[in-house]
Design a protein around this ligand. Structure first.
Ligand code: FES
Ligand code: MG
Length: 569
C-alpha cells in the first residue's frame, strides 16, 4: 500500500526489507531515465494511456498524451505515462464487455502499485471509460478522466455518415436488397474516417457525458471532437487539474456520490443515451457501495425529458452536439432536476459551474426543457414474470406503436441458432411475432454480446419490415435502434424465466405499465423448469481469465461487475 504521507517517488516503496536501500534503488533507476534530481522530487501524475494498435478510436492518443504532460508540468508535477490494456470495441472476441472488468483491475492495480499522487486516465472507446472509472473509484486516488472525443462525420454522396448508426442503416438497406455490393463496399471505407469514438450518442459518447456529469472529467470536455484543437487544450487542462489536485486532493469517492450518480442518470435519460450505460454506471457506482435500482431509474425516466436530437434517436451527430453547447447546455436545461451541490475534480460544485456557464445553445440539437423532444426519458426498465430483476428498453429509439402489444414468441436458443435460421425463407415468422434470443447474457458462453439487435429476418426485411419486438438477455450497441428489450435478468443461462420460453408462447409487453410477461401458466413453467439443463461450459473446464469471469460476473442489474470487486464492507 502507498504511504499517504509520502509524495512522488517516495510513495509505496518496493519492499527489499531495507527501506533506505529501497529509496536509493528507486532513485537510481528513475535517474536512469534521464530526469534530474530536482525533477525526481516533484509529485507525480500518472497517465493511464490506453493507446493500442487494436483501437482505432484512440489513434490520436500520442498527441493527446503530450498535451496532458504539458499540463502536468505547468502544474508543477512530473508526468509519468503508463500503459494499460485497451479495449477497441470491434476488435475483441467474443465481446468487449467481457474484458471491461479486466481493464478496470489493470487500471486499479497499476494506480495503486506505482508511485503516483494523482492520475489522468485516457480512454474513450465504449468499455474503456467505465473500466477506468471503476478502477479509479476502487483505487480512490485523485483522478481525472480524459476522453478521446468523438470522430468527425464523413460523406457518401450528399449523405452525412457517422459510425456507427449509419453502418447499421446501410447494412439494413443492403440486407433488404436496396443497395448492392459496390455501394456497401464504398460506404465501408467512409463510415469511420478520423480518430475518435463513434460519431453518434452511442456508448462511448454517453459514457463521456456521464463522466463529465459525475464530475470526473473537466466541465465542457465530453463532446469536443477528437481532432479539434480544443481536445488538446482539454488534455492540457486535465493534466493541470490532476497536478493541482495533489495539493488539494479530491478523491473519486467524493465525486462519485449518490447525488452525482442520480445526476448522471438524468443526463443519460435526457440524452436518449446508450442502454449499455446503465450497466456501466451501475458497475461504477457499485465500486463505491452505491446501488442503482431499476425502479428508481423508472421514476427518474418518467420525470426527465429527452432533449438531445442525436443519432441513433434523432438526426444529428456528436460534432453538432459539441457546437450546440454540449453537456453544459443539457445540464442547464435539467437544472431544476439536478443536485447542484455535487463536486467535480476541479473542486467546484455543479451549481458553481452552471452559474459561470456561458449559456450558449443551438436549439436545433438541444431542446429546451419546456419543449422537449420527448416528455419522458429515453430508457425504461420493464419487470414481469419474464424479467423478475428487470429488462431495459430504449423507448426513445423504439417504435411506439409496438409498446402495448401481445405477440407470439419465436425463440432462438443461442446465437448460433439465430445465425443458422434467421434468414431461412421457411422460418415461420410474421412482423407481429416477438423474436426471443436466449443464452446471450453475462454468464453465457458468448459473454453478453451486442447481439440483442436481432436482425429482422430477411423474408420480412425484404418486404419492408423495419422493426419488431425483440427480447433477449444480450446487450445492443449504443448506436442501434428498434423495439428491443435487453438485459433480461436473471439471464437464460442460469435458468432465468427467459430460458423457459418456447416458440408459440404468448408474450405481453406494456411500456405504459413497465411490464414484460410470459403468458404461460405457472404449472407449465414449473414443468419446464424441472426439465431445464444448463448449457454453459462448467467452471472446471475453464481456465485463466475466462474462469474468473465465469465464476465472478454478476447479472446486468448489478452492472456485470465481478462479485469480488465490490467494496469490502
Ligand atoms: Fe470505439 Fe465505437 S468503436 S467508440
Ligand atoms: Mg458501441
Amino acid at each position: 500500500m502507498s504511504d499517504e504521507k509520502e509524495q512522488g517517488l517516495a510513495r509505496g516503496l518496493t519492499n527489499y526489507g531495507d527501506r533506505d536501500f529501497s529509496v536509493y534503488l528507486r532513485n537510481s533507476f528513475a535517474a536512469s531515465m534521464g530526469y534530474s534530481r530536482e525533477v525526481l522530487k516533484k509529485p507525480i501524475v500518472g497517465i493511464a494511456n490506453s493507446f493500442s494498435g487494436f483501437n482505432n478510436c484512440h489513434r490520436h492518443f500520442p498527441e493527446l498524451l503530450e498535451a496532458v504532460k504539458r499540463g502536468v508540468l505547468l502544474g508543477g508535477g512530473l508526468p509519468l505515462e503508463f500503459p494499460t490494456i485497451s479495449l477497441g470495441e470491434v476488435f475483441l472476441s467474443p465481446t468487449s464487455l467481457k474484458f471491461r472488468n479486466l481493464m478496470s483491475m489493470d487500471t486499479e492495480e497499476m494506480i495503486r502499485a506505482q508511485p503516483m499522487d494523482a492520475v489522468v486516465m485516457m480512454g474513450g472507446c465504449d468499455k474503456t471509460v467505465p473500466a477506468q472509472l471503476m478502477g479509479a473509484a476502487s483505487a480512490d486516488l485523485p483522478a481525472v478522466q480524459l476522453v478521446a472525443g468523438p470522430m468527425m462525420t464523413s460523406r457518401y454522396g450528399d449523405e452525412r455518415l457517422g459510425a456507427c448508426t449509419d453502418c447499421r442503416r446501410f447494412w439494413g438497406k443492403y440486407r433488404a436488397g436496396e443497395i448492392g455490393e459496390p455501394e456497401i463496399n464504398d460506404i465501408e471505407g467512409r463510415l469511420a474516417t478520423t480518430a475518435g469514438t463513434c460519431a453518434v450518442m452511442g456508448t462511448a459518447s454517453t459514457m463521456a457525458c456521464i463522466a463529465e456529469t459525475l464530475g470526473m472529467s473537466l466541465p465542457g470536455t465530453a463532446a469536443i471532437p477528437a481532432v479539434h484543437a480544443d481536445r488538446l487544450r482539454a488534455a492540457e487542462a486535465s493534466g493541470l487539474a490532476a497536478a493541482r489536485m495533489i495539493a488539494n486532493p479530491i478523491r473519486p469517492s467524493e465525486v462519485i456520490t449518490e447525488k452525482s450518480i442520480e445526476n448522471a442518470l438524468r443526463v443519460l435519460l435526457a440524452l436518449g443515451g446508450s442502454t449499455n450505460a446503465i450497466i456501466h454506471l451501475t458497475a461504477i457506482a457499485g465500486r463505491l457501495g452505491h446501488t442503482i435500482s431499476l425502479e428508481r431509474l423508472n421514476e427518474l425516466s418518467d420525470t426527465t425529458p429527452v432533449l438531445v436530437n442525436l443519432k441513433p434517436v434523432g438526426s444529428n451527430y456528436m460534432e453538432d452536439f459539441f457546437f450546440a453547447g454540449g453537456v453544459g447546455a443539457v445540464l442547464r436545461e435539467l437544472k431544476p432536476l439536478l443536485h447542484l451541490d455535487t463536486v467535480s475534480v476541479t473542486g467546484e460544485t455543479l451549481g458553481d459551474r452552471l452559474e459561470q456557464d456561458p449559456g450558449y445553445v443551438d436549439r436545433r440539437v438541444i431542446s429546451g426543457a419546456d419543449a422537449p423532444l420527448e416528455p419522458v426519458g429515453g430508457l425504461v426498465a420493464l419487470f414481469g414474470n419474464l424479467a423478475p430483476r428487470g429488462a431495459i428498453l430504449k423507448r426513445s429509439a423504439a417504435d411506439s406503436s409496438l409498446f402495448e402489444k401481445e405477440g407470439r414468441a419465436v425463440v432462438f436458443s443461442s446465437l448460433a441458432d439465430l445465425a443458422s435460421r434467421v434468414d431461412d425463407p421457411d422460418l415461420d415468422i410474421t412482423a407481429d411475432d416477438f423474436m426471443v434470443l436466449q443464452n446471450a447474457g453475462p454468464k453465457s458462453d458468448s459473454g453478453m454480446p451486442e447481439a440483442g439487435y436481432l436482425p429482422i429476418p430477411k423474408k420480412l426485411s425484404s418486404k419492408g419490415v423495419k422493426d419488431m419486438v425483440r427480447i433477449s438477455d444480450a446487450r445492443m450497441s449504443g448506436t442501434a435502434f428498434g423495439t428491443i428489450v435487453l438485459h433480461v435478468a436473471p439471464e437464460a443461462s442460469i435458468g432465468g424465466p427467459l430460458a423457459l420460453v418456447r416458440t408459440g408462447d404468448r408474450i405481453k409487453i406494456s411500456v405504459a405499465n413497465k411490464r414484460l410477461d410470459l403468458l404461460v401458466d405457472e404449472a407449465e413453467l414449473e414443468r419446464r423448469r424441472a426439465e431445464w439443463t444448463p448449457s454453459i461450459q462448467p467452471l472446471d473446464e475453464r481456465r485463466g481469465y475466462d474462469r474468473l469471469y465465469a465464476s465472478e460476473v454478476t447479472q446486468a442489474d448489478e452492472g456485470c461487475d465481478f462479485e469480488m470487486l465490490k467494496p469490502v464492507s
